[in-house]
Design a protein around this ligand. Structure first.
Ligand code: HSE
Length: 307
């Protein structure tokens, strides 16, 4: 086995109450990559289609994650990477994470899995550091583990896989404006009050409990963010109307996907998720902003091999 073609899922990070610690993998949207084992040392990006992104190894998130992998591997050769982007950069659904995780996942596989998944998270986080200035793990962890994941701790890194309720569907709308994660992190407050903390960790605990017990009402009640959403939502035109419409159409909850501008909603069942999507699209049609919509079940396996 010298080459692998893979699907690398888009991901929703934060999930309202879990800023930088919670994420989930999607099934119906993601990039494709081909990773090839070669004799010459180093990483080369040999093809990049779908987005205008750098192909130099040290400027590309897949390249940087791959170099982090190689630095700790005893493999004597190198890898070539082809990237077929379907996820738009700056959309808020883990575009950089899809590329960096895809690279290290396939490289590990091609070498007979020398590293555990938790170690691949660390390599992929170097791609996130390049993309956003901060090595956050809430997109790369679900892409690698599948389903929902919690970053219980960054130092040391401790990723906890969380259950994925079988009837849970995500609706994600991407209004076609670009928000750089680095920019949308700069506007956040560095400190929160004890009162805000109490609300947030109450909801985070509730959401985790709801996911494990398949308690859809509890999941919905817990999808609240009193810290980040009030600040970042100002950057997203139509956010309040989209949220209001999604909840009125039956969504369990709705919030900003990652650092935005995409907005996600969770619903019980595909039919409701579709209705929620229609209500979200109606808002952007009215204000005249182009948009993409994704309706997806939860992807519990993460990255997968395709033909
Ligand atoms: N947790 C990160 C942020 C996710 O919100 O900045 C970026 O996709």
């Amino acid at each position: 086995m010298e080459e692998l073609k893979i699907f690398c899922p888009a991901t929703i990070a934060n999930i309202s109450c879990g800023f930088d610690v919670l994420g989930v993998a999607l099934d119906s949207v993601g990039d494709e990559m081909i990773i090839r084992k070669v004799a010459h040392k180093g990483i080369r990006i040999t093809k990049l289609e779908g987005q205008d992104l750098p192909m130099e190894t040290d400027k590309n998130v897949a390249g940087v994650a791959g170099l982090a992998f190689l630095a700790e591997s005893d493999f004597d050769g190198g890898f070539e990477i082809e990237i077929y982007k379907k996820i738009k950069a700056g959309s808020g659904i883990g575009s950089s994470a899809a590329s960096s995780t895809g690279a290290v996942w396939a490289m590990n596989r091609l070498l007979g899995n020398p590293f555990p998944t938790s170690k691949l998270v660390e390599f992929a986080m170097e791609g996130e550091r390049l993309a956003s200035g901060v090595a956050h793990a809430d997109n790369v962890a679900p892409a690698l583990f599948g389903g929902f994941t919690l970053v219980r701790s960054y130092e040391p890194l401790d990723i906890i896989p969380i259950a994925s309720p079988s009837e849970l569907f995500a609706t994600v709308i991407h209004p076609q404006i670009e928000i750089k994660t680095s920019d949308s992190r700069k506007i956040l407050k560095a400190h929160i009050t004890l009162k805000e903390g109490i609300k947030q960790w109450g909801n985070l605990g509730g959401l985790i409990a709801g996911l494990f017990t398949e308690d859809y009402d509890l999941i919905g009640r817990s999808l609240e963010d009193h810290i980040v959403e009030p600040i970042r939502s100002i950057l997203i035109p139509g956010f309040q109307d989209v949220k209001k419409g999604a909840l009125a159409s039956g969504a369990l909850g709705c919030g900003i996907s990652g650092s935005g501008p995409s907005i996600f909603a969770f619903s019980r069942g595909a039919e409701t998720a579709k209705k929620v999507g229609d209500s979200m699209m109606a808002v952007y049609e009215k204000i005249g902003i182009d948009h993409d919509i994704h309706i997806s079940k939860i992807n519990t396996e993460g990255i997968r091999i395709i033909n």
